[in-house]
Design a protein around this ligand. Structure first.
Ligand code: GLN
Length: 475
C-alpha cells in the first residue's frame, strides 16, 4: 500500500510505530499530487515548502487537505473566487489550531464552488475539479476538491464545509465518508461565512473511524464563536467500540421516497441499504417529516439572505479585488464586485438582498424563519421515535459537466441534505454502492439529533461494516 492511500488511523499508527514520519507522508502526497492531480484538479494551491516545514517541526503529525475558505496563517484563502485571488491569510481558523493541537497539519488548499455556493464545483472561479471515478463527471460540491482529493487518494483526509449539503453530497459522489456536525459543534471562527446560521466545518475521510478521530479534534467550545456551547466532546473513536445495528431504530421518512427526481439506481442502493440494516438487527420505522416540501424554498431565502449580508464586506476597499476601472467611490464598489464575483454568487446576493428589502422582509425572510422552526420540529418529533433517519444523500449519483445548467435543477440536488441543515442536526454520508449503469459511487445519509455525533458515528460505523463497498481505499 502506498503512503498516500492511507487513512488517518493507519497514518497515525504507522507514525507511532516509527514506520514513517510526517515528512514522508507529505512527500508521498506531493508526489501523488504531481502525478495524478493534473487530471483531477482537486488542489487549487499546495505550498510544498510550508507543508514540509510543518511536517519537520511536527514529525508525528498527519497532513490534512483544507477547503479553500478556511484560514491558515500565511496561506492563500480564495474561496475559489477571483474576488480573493492573491489574498494571504494572517491567522489560523480555530479548526486549524484545534487540528494542530491534536497532531495534524494543514497541507494543500482544495477547490470548491465560489464562496461554497453550488453542488458541483463548476462554480469555482479558479479551476475545474473532476470526479476521480469518472473524469467526465463532477465531484459534487461545494466541497468538491475535498471529496475528489480523498476519493482520488490525493490526501489522507480533508476538511470541508456544509451549509446545505456541501460535505455530504460530494462525499456521496466521490465514495468518501462525510460528516456534517450539528450546528455549534465545531467553531466557525476563521471560516469564511456563507450562511452563518447553517455553516459547519466537518471531515471527509476514507473511513468512519477516521471521521471520528477528526471530529474529536475539530469539535468543542470556542470563545470566538458564540454558537459553540461548553458541552464536552466525547471520545468519538472510543465510542465506536462494539458499534452494531442490533436494536437500533432507523427511521425512514416517507416524504423522502416519493420524490420525482430520485434516480432508480440511487433508490435501489438506498433500499438495499435499508434491507441490510434490518438484516443486521435494526428496527425499521416509518416516520413523517411533513414540512419537507418547504425546505428548499426556506433554504433559498435564508441562505442567500445571510450570504448577501456576509458578502457585503468584499467591496474592493476593506477586502478583495479592487477594480482599476473605477472613477469614483460608487463605481469602485460596483465595478469591484461586478468583476470579482461569479454569476452564482451574484445571483445569491441579488436574491438575498431582495428577500431582506423593506416590504418583502416579512413576506419572505420572516415567514421562512417560521417555517424553519416547523421543519426543526419535524425532526424533534421523529427523534422521539427513532435513533437515526436513513435516506439517500442526493437524488442522483455524480452527473456530467454542464448537465445541470439551470440553477433550479442544480438546487434540487440538495433535496435530502437541506432539511437537516435547517434543523441544525448532525448527518453523515457513508458509501453504500455503485450504480449498475454508470458505475458511480452512491452514499446513504444518516441523520441524528443535535449534538448526537457519537450516536451518528456509531450507526455510520455499523453500516460501514455491513456495506458492500468501502470508502476510497485502493483506487
Ligand atoms: N448546494 C447548496 C448551495 O448551493 C449547499 C452549499 C453548501 O452546503 N455550502 O447553497
Amino acid at each position: 500500500m502506498e503512503l498516500y492511500e492511507l487513512g488517518v488511523k493507519q497514518a497515525l499508527s504507522g507514525i507511532a510505530k516509527g514506520e514513517f514520519t510526517s515528512e514522508d507522508l507529505v512527500k508521498a502526497i506531493i508526489d501523488r499530487k504531481n502525478s495524478a492531480d493534473g487530471e483531477i484538479g482537486a488542489y487549487l494551491t499546495f505550498d510544498e515548502e510550508h507543508a514540509l516545514r510543518l511536517a519537520r517541526e511536527n514529525p508525528t503529525s498527519v497532513p490534512i487537505a483544507i477547503k479553500d475558505l478556511i484560514n491558515v496563517s500565511g496561506q492563500p484563502c480564495t474561496c475559489a473566487s477571483k474576488m480573493l485571488e492573491g489574498y494571504v491569510s494572517p491567522y489560523d481558523a480555530t479548526v486549524i489550531s484545534n487540528l494542530k493541537a491534536a497532531g495534524f497539519i494543514p497541507a494543500g488548499r482544495v477547490n470548491m464552488d465560489e464562496f461554497a455556493m453550488g453542488s458541483s464545483t463548476e462554480n469555482s472561479g479558479l479551476g475545474v475539479t473532476r470526479n476521480p471515478y469518472d473524469l467526465s463527471r463532477v465531484p459534487g460540491g461545494s466541497s468538491g476538491g475535498s471529496a475528489a482529493a480523498v476519493g482520488g487518494n490525493l490526501c489522507i483526509a480533508s476538511l470541508g464545509t456544509d451549509t446545505g449539503g456541501s460535505i455530504r453530497q460530494p462525499a456521496s459522489f466521490c465514495n468518501c465518508v462525510g460528516v456534517k456536525p450539528s450546528y455549534g459543534r465545531v467553531s466557525r471562527f476563521g471560516v469564511t461565512a456563507f450562511a452563518s446560521s447553517l455553516d459547519q466545518v466537518g471531515p471527509l475521510t476514507k473511513s468512519v473511524e477516521d471521521a471520528a478521530i477528526l471530529m474529536k479534534a475539530l469539535a468543542g467550545h470556542d470563545e470566538r464563536d458564540g454558537t459553540t456551547p461548553r458541552e464536552s466532546v466525547p471520545d468519538y473513536l472510543a465510542e465506536l467500540q462494539g458499534a452494531s445495528m442490533k436494536g437500533v431504530k432507523i427511521g425512514i421518512a416517507k416524504e423522502y421516497f416519493n420524490v420525482a427526481g430520485l434516480d432508480p439506481e440511487v433508490k435501489r442502493i438506498t433500499d438495499s441499504a435499508i434491507k441490510m440494516c434490518e438484516d443486521a438487527g435494526a428496527e425499521i420505522v416509518e416516520v413523517s417529516l411533513p414540512h419537507t416540501e418547504y425546505a428548499m424554498a426556506v433554504y433559498y431565502i435564508i441562505a442567500p439572505a445571510e450570504a448577501s449580508a456576509n458578502l457585503a464586506r468584499f467591496d474592493g476597499v476593506r477586502y478583495g479585488h479592487r477594480s482599476e476601472k473605477a472613477v469614483d467611490v460608487f463605481s469602485l464598489y460596483c465595478k469591484s464586485r461586478a468583476e470579482g464575483f461569479g454569476p452564482e454568487v451574484k445571483r445569491r446576493i441579488i436574491m438575498g438582498t431582495y428577500v431582506l428589502s423593506s416590504g418583502y422582509y416579512d413576506a419572505y425572510y420572516g415567514r421562512a424563519q417560521k417555517v424553519r422552526t416547523l421543519i426543526k420540529r419535524d425532526f424533534d418529533e421523529a427523534f422521539t421515535k427513532v435513533d437515526a433517519l436513513l435516506s439517500p444523500c442526493a437524488p442522483t449519483s455524480a452527473f456530467a459537466f454542464g448537465e445541470k445548467h439551470d440553477p433550479l435543477t442544480m438546487y434540487l440536488n440538495d433535496l435530502y441534505t437541506i432539511p437537516s441543515s435547517l434543523a441544525g442536526v448532525c448527518a453523515s454520508s457513508v458509501p453504500a454502492g455503485f450504480t449498475a449503469d454508470t458505475k458511480m459511487p452512491v452514499g446513504v445519509q444518516f441523520i441524528c439529533g443535535g449534538f448526537e455525533e457519537a450516536k451518528l458515528l456509531r450507526i455510520s460505523k455499523a453500516f460501514e461494516d455491513i456495506s458492500p463497498v468501502k470508502a476510497a481505499r485502493g483506487i
